[in-house]
Design a protein around this ligand. Structure first.
Ligand SMILES: [Zn+2]
Ligand SMILES: [Zn+2]
Length: 146
């Protein structure tokens, strides 16, 4: 089961309603194998999908910890929920729709009481709001999805 996070900037109200994790149908065989692998829909990028399915066909190992994760642009900080996976050495690289950078994964970090921050997974850098520069968010809604 996945989690649904509705996060809002604690100052200006910039918001993302994100689905993270995996759903009931997300068995490896449904996503990466068969006639119509779900990957195409989850990734929504033909080039990434083709590269991934080619790697699977070549017998590369699919990591178990795939699922939707938070991504942010390291430059303009817009947030997205994108499907992350790893096949052999390959991980998807998603382009920021607003600039030339690739999106980077971000993860939950501790904020002040009742608030949350997001930290870039591969860098010691925190996310900040693309609109106002504030770096804390409030969880306005949290739930599960399947
Ligand atoms: Zn803001
Ligand atoms: Zn960008």
């Amino acid at each position: 089961m996945g989690q649904r996070h509705d996060l809002r900037c604690s100052k200006c109200g910039y918001e993302i309603d994100a689905l993270l994790g995996i759903g009931m149908m997300y068995a490896k065989s449904n996503i990466f194998e068969g006639e119509k692998p779900m990957l195409a829909e989850l990734v929504d990028d033909t080039e990434i999908t083709n590269r991934a399915l080619k790697a699977v066909a070549a017998g590369e190992k699919i990591s178990d910890d795939y699922g939707h994760e938070f991504y942010a642009c390291p430059e303009d900080f817009y947030l997205f929920d994108k499907f992350h996976f790893k096949i052999g050495d390959m991980e998807p690289e998603y382009h920021c729709p607003y600039c030339d950078n690739f999106l980077q994964r971000v993860t939950f970090a501790k904020g002040s009481a009742g608030k949350t921050r997001l930290k870039f997974v591969d860098q010691s850098k925190f996310w900040q709001c693309p609109r106002c520069g504030n770096d804390e968010m409030v969880e306005v809604k949290f739930g599960n999805w399947d």
